[in-house]
Design a protein around this ligand. Structure first.
Ligand code: G6P
Ligand code: BGC
Length: 937
């Protein structure tokens, strides 16, 4: 070679701060210095300087404006990932196969994305990457145990060599990071799928590494429990963070390559539950093992693979991991020597020896070192060629790594349904430390996934150890938290035995309520309704109906026609009952009702007609006849004065008289349960039970008249309004009440009353949940114990939140949104916990309701002496209808507790106003038939 002036002069490679004389970086001659300001924007390194750690911004480019290495000699920029110098055509020719176009890279990205998504499925096809669930469900939350390690939990470790050369020995235990002593052994599965990176110890593949390690520890009589076994990507992800922001991706680019990320659990088909997130170890090093990269592999890659311990496996890793890059570079140098583009064409035994190139270092001095090591003359041109080779190999590796990172980020963005993804990526590995690699990785990732911003957080010496400790600490914390939460929720869980007890207790209270001598002590009043039959379809005429006591107050016009003439036709109007009216003087409440009737009649052009009226009045009333109902006590937030103990039909009539404008013909007063049963009974003659689970709860059913001691006669049946909301008011359910229920009862408008209703109905479930949440916060199990003044407000957590939070699909997001609206910043864990509380509370409510209904069904079966009963329950109420799982809980429990009853549930679509009109119609028919003989008709 001629003088220096004739040869391409290698640029001085960029040296990173503090880099040694032979810098561990791969930046070749074409590496360009970066503007330090633009480079300091995103990449952050968390430096380890002792127990207290502060993030330090590293001078390197992240995903700012893309600055791709400009291809030289490839106009149009189609070849992106190698930089052969045009002035050295032989070098350029040899390195050419390593150049990949953006199109090719996008294709790899696309294949990788497909392989990842396929890997998450249960039935894995060809071209998948393993995507292994790690059972790490959360990233550090910044609390004491996890980060930074408290002074008492500082990490101490010793590095021990694992021997030199590939590990092929038989089953010796490799020391691994272990968490501090703890009584808890978490059963995290950690079966080794396959060895890689030169390991091939026998008897380990397919076995649980944690158990092997534990056994080895025991053999040496140490007192250490293996709590978790984590992949290095997971340890890196957990050990790196940016300020308070945890990393949600872990990336290793060292001897091998791999990644992990926090995946939405619902996309991991192999998981039983689909709540929250779980870290998935992609094992992307295996990508291409089934041929997905055939079009980009070079003969050098094939050689490297052929000479490896795991031939045909981990093909992607073999293009990126430093264990293989040196070998690719060596093969390229051999080729260049053969082409006389290196060392004037001569080779040396060292150059021909596999494994002689282990590090791809970018500086001139490093090139010289390498050439000397290979027994070659370190001339300037050869040094420059070595730099070119290193650059080409490293750049390709970085570009390929970027395709996978971009695929993973895109996948995360899609699954989280975000327009933009912003995540921190914890990165470790010697290859990543090379500036050229990092810079190319960042710029290419940005190019391939422009809608994702990844902040790379570089691991420091002890990051992985910290990560393992964090996983162990998080696992410990979660385990401890789970136990505490379970303990707290335990009283709200009903064992099968408890459900049977509730059923039996209600059966007993029903009997006591029906019998004269025990009636006064019974908590279920078992009120006769004077409704003796369900509709038979012969009911006709126009009726007015009032429907008071649920969420809405309605006035209705119900036209009962024959089915041929169109059946039942209804018009209704909803009116509000403001709380000050519901809780003011009784006269004001009834005046308001009359105002609403007047308004309705005016709108419907009913002036001058006095239609018979059925009054659905959803409160406990003692009836002596169909058109008389003495209000026993208000429930559900009504407290209007001067009404209890009075006949509400009379109160209504008095209000009509006060108005002095029209007449009202009230022929029947019915409870909403009765209205619902009648309404459903019109369509299904088997409907002999009415159930309401809405603001309040209650049931009615057809009882044998002979059992109703308060009403004379023994023939036929009568509908009984059970008023089961009061079940337990006499203390018979005390063992089932929790201190949460006691709190809800205490602050209610009717303490000590409607105790069963307060465990079940819509007016109270949200309050129970609120009480539990308050306690969870107090115990620092929720919202990290941050004070939540909003939760102190009664009624702030209405029952409809339970329906939202427990709905399937995007439930967790719903939970977070609900909490957000309350001003409560919830983590995924918080949202999961709130959801769990809601589930426990609504499950208990559903089971209690089911147990009570089972008692009713069994009573009917027993009454009729049947071996098997088939009965339909007409149901209404917002909780039953709107909660996503409540009805299943009820039905499931009825099946369990009343196996000899086939219970069909029929939801009422028309409200109980229709039922009240039907009752009124029957009353009119009976009245007419009684009047007929007298008038001679
Ligand atoms: C019905 C009735 C109401 C009843 C309600 C219960 O359909 O027409 O009178 O009280 O259901 O539901 P809610 O959820 O409104 O309390
Ligand atoms: C009332 C019942 C009513 C139920 C459902 C309870 O509070 O006492 O009469 O049927 O709520 O609305």
């Amino acid at each position: 070679m001629s003088s220096r002036q004739d040869e391409p002069v290698p640029q001085e490679p960029h040296k990173e701060a503090g880099s040694p004389a032979c810098p561990a970086q791969w930046v070749g001659a074409a590496g360009t210095a970066q503007d330090p300001q633009s480079r300091s924007r995103h990449v952050t390194e968390v430096v380890s300087t002792g127990p207290v750690r502060h993030p330090r911004t590293l001078p390197a480019t992240c995903l700012g404006p893309a600055r791709l290495p400009q291809p030289v000699g490839a106009p149009g920029g189609s070849q992106l990932c190698s930089l052969p110098d045009p002035r050295c055509p032989q070098v350029q020719r040899v390195l050419q196969p390593l150049s990949l176009s953006l199109q090719q890279l996008s294709r790899v990205q696309h294949h990788m994305l497909a392989a990842m998504e396929a890997g998450l499925r249960l039935r894995k096809g060809a071209h998948t990457v393993p995507m292994l669930p790690t059972y790490v469900r959360s990233t550090p939350d910044g609390t004491g145990e996890s980060w930074p390690p408290a002074p008492s939990r500082q990490l101490r470790w010793r590095t021990a060599p694992i021997g030199s050369g590939p590990l092929r020995a038989g089953g010796r235990a490799v020391p691994a990071a272990a968490a501090p002593d703890s009584p808890v052994l978490l059963s995290l599965q950690s079966k080794l799928q396959s060895w890689s990176k030169g390991y091939s110890c026998s008897g380990v593949v397919g076995r649980d590494v944690g158990q092997l390690l534990q056994a080895a520890i025991q053999r040496q009589s140490h007192d250490i429990n293996v709590m978790v076994v984590v992949n290095d990507t997971v340890a890196t992800m957990m050990g790196c963070r940016l300020g308070t922001k945890p990393c949600e991706v872990g990336l290793i680019v060292g001897a091998g390559t791999n990644s992990c990320f926090m995946e939405e659990a619902r996309y991991v088909e192999s998981l039983d539950d689909n709540e929250g997130r779980m870290c998935v170890n992609t094992e992307w090093g295996t990508f291409g093992d089934t041929g997905a990269m055939a079009d980009i592999l070079t003969t050098y890659d094939e050689h490297v693979d052929a000479g490896s311990l795991n031939k045909g496996k981990h093909r992607f890793e073999k293009l990126i991991g430093s264990l293989y890059l040196g070998e690719i570079a060596r093969l390229l140098l051999v080729q260049l020597a053969q082409d006389k583009a290196l060392h004037a064409g001569g080779t040396t035994p060292q150059l021909r020896t596999q494994g002689m190139v282990t590090a791809l270092e970018g500086g001139l001095a490093a090139a010289q070192c390498l050439l000397q090591k290979l027994g070659l003359q370190p001339s300037d041109p050869d040094c420059f060629t070595v730099q070119q080779v290193c650059l080409a190999v490293v750049t390709r590796a970085a570009c390929l790594c970027a395709t996978s990172l971009a695929a993973m980020l895109t996948h995360m963005r899609k699954n989280r349904e975000l327009p933009q993804l912003d995540v921190c990526v914890g990165v470790d590995g010697d290859t990543f430390q090379a500036r050229r690699f990092r810079q190319t990785l960042l710029e290419m990732t940005k190019k391939l996934a422009p809608e994702c911003t990844a902040t790379l957080v570089s691991a420091v010496d002890d990051s992985r150890a910290q990560g393992v400790a964090v996983v162990a600490a998080v696992a410990l914390r979660l385990e401890a938290q789970r136990r505490e939460v379970d303990q707290l929720l335990q009283p709200l869980r009903l064992a099968p035995r408890a459900r049977q007890q509730v059923q039996a207790l209600l059966q007993c209270e029903m009997e006591r309520g029906l019998r004269q001598e025990t009636h006064a002590q019974a908590s279920t009043r078992m009120l006769p309704t004077y409704v003796r039959a369900t509709p038979d379809g012969s009911e006709r005429g126009d009726f007015l109906a009032l429907d008071l006591g649920g969420t809405n107050f309605r006035v209705l016009l119900v036209k009962l026609r024959s089915r041929e003439a169109g059946g039942i036709c209804m018009v209704s109007e909803i009116y509000s009952i403001p709380p000050e009216v519901a809780q003011g003087p009784g006269s004001q409440l009834f005046d308001h009702i009359v105002e609403c009737i007047v308004d309705f009649q005016t709108k419907q052009g009913l002036w001058g007609r006095t239609l018979p009226l059925g009054f659905t009045f959803s409160f406990p009333c003692q009836q002596k006849s169909l058109d008389q109902g003495i209000l026993l006590n208000w429930t559900k937030g009504f407290t209007a004065s001067g009404c209890e103990g009075k006949d509400v039909v009379e109160l209504l009539r008095e209000a009509v008289r006060r108005k002095n404008q029209f007449d009202l013909d009230v022929v029947a007063i019915v409870n909403d349960t009765v209205g619902t049963m009648m309404s459903c009974g019109y369509d299904d003659p088997n409907c002999e039970v009415g159930l309401i689970v809405g603001t309040g709860t209650n049931a009615c059913y057809m009882e044998e008249l002979r059992n109703v001691e308060a009403v004379p006669g023994a023939e036929g049946r009568m509908c009984i309004n059970m008023e089961w909301g009061a079940f337990g008011d006499n203390g018979c359910l005390d063992e089932f009440f929790t201190h949460f229920d006691a709190q809800v009862d205490r602050v209610s408008l009717n303490p000590g009353k409607q105790r069963f209703e307060k465990l079940i109905s819509g007016m109270y479930l949200g309050e129970i949940v609120r009480m539990v949440l308050v306690e969870l916060v107090e115990k620092e199990l929720l919202f990290q114990g941050r004070p939540c003044p909003a939760l102190q407000t009664p009624g702030i957590f209405p029952t409809k939140f339970l329906s939202t939070i427990e709905s399937d699909g995007l439930a967790l997001r719903q939970a977070s949104a609900v909490l957000q609206n309350l001003g409560l910043a919830a983590s995924v864990e918080d949202a999961l916990l709130v959801r769990k509380v809601c589930q426990v509370v609504s499950l208990r409510a559903g089971q209690l309701c089911g147990a009570a209904l089972a008692a009713v069904a069994e009573k009917i079966r027993d009454n009729r002496g049947l071996a098997q009963l088939a009965v339909t329950v007409g149901v209404d109420g917002t909780l039953y209808k709107l909660h996503p799982h409540f009805s299943q809980h009820v039905q499931q429990t009825v099946k369990e507790l009343a196996p000899r009853c086939t219970v069909t549930f029929l939801q009422s679509e028309d409200g109980s106003g229709k039922g009240a009109a039907l009752v009124a119609a029957v009353a009119c028919r009976i009245a007419q038939s009684r009047a007929a003989p007298a008038t001679g008709q």
